[in-house]
Design a protein around this ligand. Structure first.
Ligand SMILES: *[C@@H]1O[C@H](CO)[C@@H](O)[C@H](O)[C@H]1NC(C)=O
Ligand SMILES: *[C@@H]1O[C@H](CO)[C@@H](O)[C@H](O)[C@H]1NC(C)=O
Length: 317
């Protein structure tokens, strides 16, 4: 009996997992020319945080306000751009920044660091957590699956995941893997990083890979990296998950992929008006905003006067 009741529900769920029937999107903000949005995070109050790679600024924007403008929260002196963002405690975010040449995507060794951005009081409080001296391109940040005191950092240049102990500031490479490596034609290997269950999921931009690494309770990899899907020629960037475990991946030069847990991939959006998608996150703050997927773009940052970095609100039906 229970079986009979459950089965139609299961079929519906299966349909939903594999097919999004319709997608609509709307641009809600665009930076001036030359500003490349790299990453996005959503605060519990619904405000969005945007890291910009072409200037060392972290921005905030309230998407519930019509025609809202992005405002600078912090300028990271000594850096040229801001990369990863991850919430490490209620309204406290870890943010990475360093010096990076955007024409070549090569960074300067010794300039990368991870900061905490504490938004719990009315004025933001920013502190340096640690320098990560031995990297030339820190990109994504995620929390270790089993330890809230350990951050994982993707190193797009050397094809590695670093760990950073929040309490001591000590860092080390957890895993280097062929699936994280860059290619001579594209210096960005492992890029986005997100934790779900006991796995750390990643994209590799150069190799068109979406994959995962199993983690142990000691915040070490308990096996090699695994491929979930590989799309030759894809330019996978940062990503997020929906409630049932589909990954929504920003893909250069103009699309959004949905990849199911079993690796079935669907192109949800492909449009020349979405210029170089870089990351995606679901909204927070209300049940309504949790249905909205916010997608950032880099824009035509190498073209003088070209399209600036954009922010889209995407609805998946
Ligand atoms: C997007 O559309 C263009 C033009 O039709 C096509 O060449 C490209 O392969 C499409 N990208 C994806 C990811 O489907
Ligand atoms: C939001 O969703 C939760 C969980 O589905 C539900 O319990 C709650 O009543 C909803 N709130 C509103 C305002 O609809």
């Amino acid at each position: 009996m229970a079986h009979r009741i459950l089965r139609p529900y299961f079929l519906l769920l299966t349909l939903f997992v594999q097919h999004v029937l319709s997608v609509s999107y709307e641009k809600i903000y665009q930076f001036d020319s030359g500003e490349f949005i790299e990453n996005i995070a959503a605060r519990s109050n619904g405000h969005l945080l945007l890291s910009v790679l072409t200037e060392p600024n972290l921005y905030t924007l309230d998407p519930s306000v019509p025609n809202a403008k992005a405002q600078i929260i912090h300028h990271f002196d000594g850096s040229t751009g801001v990369t990863g963002i991850a919430e490490i405690a209620h309204d406290i975010f870890a943010v990475s920044a360093g010096q990076l040449d955007l024409r070549t995507f090569q960074g300067v060794k010794g300039t990368f660091a991870v900061y905490t951005v504490d938004l719990t009081a009315s004025a933001p409080v920013i502190n340096k957590l640690a320098d990560i001296p031995d990297t030339t391109n820190l990109n994504g940040i995620a929390l270790s699956p089993f330890s809230p005191n350990v951050l994982l950092l993707s190193d797009s240049a050397s094809g590695a995941i670093w760990s950073l102990d929040i309490k001591t500031g000590s860092s080390r490479i957890v895993l280097q893997d062929p699936l994280f490596e860059a290619r001579p034609s594209n210096p960005l290997g492992i890029n986005g990083l997100k934790t779900r269950g006991k796995y750390v999921y990643f994209t590799n931009s150069a190799q068109g890979i979406f994959g995962r690494v199993p983690f142990s309770v000691l915040s070490t990899a308990s096996g090699p990296a695994q491929i979930i899907t590989k799309v030759p020629g894809a330019g996978f960037d940062d990503f997020t998950f929906d409630l049932i475990g589909n990954a929504l991946i920003a893909n250069h030069p103009g699309s959004l992929y949905q990849i199911s847990a079993s690796g079935v991939n669907t192109v949800l959006i492909n449009s020349t008006s979405i210029v170089e998608p870089t990351s995606a996150i679901f909204g927070r703050g209300s049940n309504e905003s949790a249905k909205t997927l916010y997608v950032t773009t880099g824009g035509q940052f190498t073209v003088p006067g070209g399209t600036g970095g954009q922010l889209f609100a995407v609805t998946l039906f």
